[in-house]
Write a protein that binds this ligand. Structure first.
Ligand SMILES: [Zn+2]
Length: 274
């Protein structure tokens, strides 16, 4: 081989090494990987709702995404302070937990729940959190303001829907799914009027994620009082979802007070629930 060819090969190798050192080679960054998990999660959720995927396939796809997510946040678990002061923030701003939680917690019915089978009905592995809205205009009757939906714990926003319309058959309406790596579980906030976060975004407990609304096939009907449907699914070691009862957490959560004309009161967000 001629010297010239050896020189060009050497040059190419050199350029390749420099690019590698500078990180120019094509690698998937953690942020891109995370957004990919978010996209997959939403696609699975939507396919289940549209009955476009078999429960078995949905389960396998879900497991794969959750195992990946769990791994990407593995290093964070050292800094978890589950149950410490302020870990849980009541998901509705300015509402008193014991009056807001439907049926004093008896609305929670986990039996028979299957996240992957849209045909299964009858279970309600969630708490409905109500606001005072007799005329059903999504405005709190006493405060004359919309009610903010707040992140119950910190986590990563996995999927949102913000375009629900009354002709849609979807039950959750405008929803938000958040993964909490400390609890290794998913929170689902449904029936929102509008959503204020995006997939891939990190939220802290108490951050505004939506406003309470009446979206969703049943929540939209007149017979349904305005509420937030709030569900928690803990992941098993196999990364499968298992309903968890959040009643005690909700009762002990910090309550974030109303904001007055956009100005936060001193000590805001720290008031203890009764
Ligand atoms: Zn509900």
């Amino acid at each position: 081989m001629s010297t010239r060819i050896w020189m060009s090969m050497g040059r190419l190798l050199g350029i390749g090494m420099i690019m590698g050192l500078l990180g120019w080679s094509r690698v998937v960054t953690p942020a891109e990987q995370l957004l990919d998990y978010c996209r997959q999660f939403r696609a699975i959720h939507e396919a289940i709702g549209a009955q476009a995927i078999s429960p078995d396939s949905a389960e396998r796809a879900f497991q794969e995404v959750m195992v990946g997510l769990r791994q990407s946040f593995g290093s964070r678990s050292d800094s978890c302070r589950v149950g410490s002061e302020g870990y849980f923030v009541f998901p509705l701003r300015g509402q008193v937990p014991r009056y807001s939680i439907g049926g004093r917690g008896r609305g929670y019915k986990p039996n028979g729940f299957d996240l992957f089978d849209n045909e299964v009905r009858g279970s309600h592995p969630a708490h409905d959190l109500f606001i005072r809205d007799r005329n059903q205009d999504n405005i709190d009757d006493v405060m004359c303001q919309p009610v903010d939906v707040l992140a119950f714990t910190s986590g990563i926003v996995l999927a949102v829907e913000n375009n629900w319309h009354p002709e849609s058959e979807r039950r959750g309406g405008n929803y938000v799914w958040i993964y909490d790596p400390c609890l290794d579980g998913l929170f689902y906030y449904a029936h929102n009027k509008c959503v204020a976060v995006e997939p891939g975004q990190w939220v802290w407990a108490g951050d505004k994620i939506a406003e309470v609304g009446r979206t969703g096939l049943n929540a939209f009907q007149e017979r349904s009082p305005t509420h937030l449907h709030f569900m928690f699914l803990r992941l098993t070691p196999n990364a499968l979802p298992e309903p968890g009862n959040t009643y005690d957490w909700l009762l002990s959560a910090s309550v974030k007070e109303w904001e007055w004309w956009g100005i936060q009161e001193e000590g805001e967000g720290e008031e203890e629930s009764p």
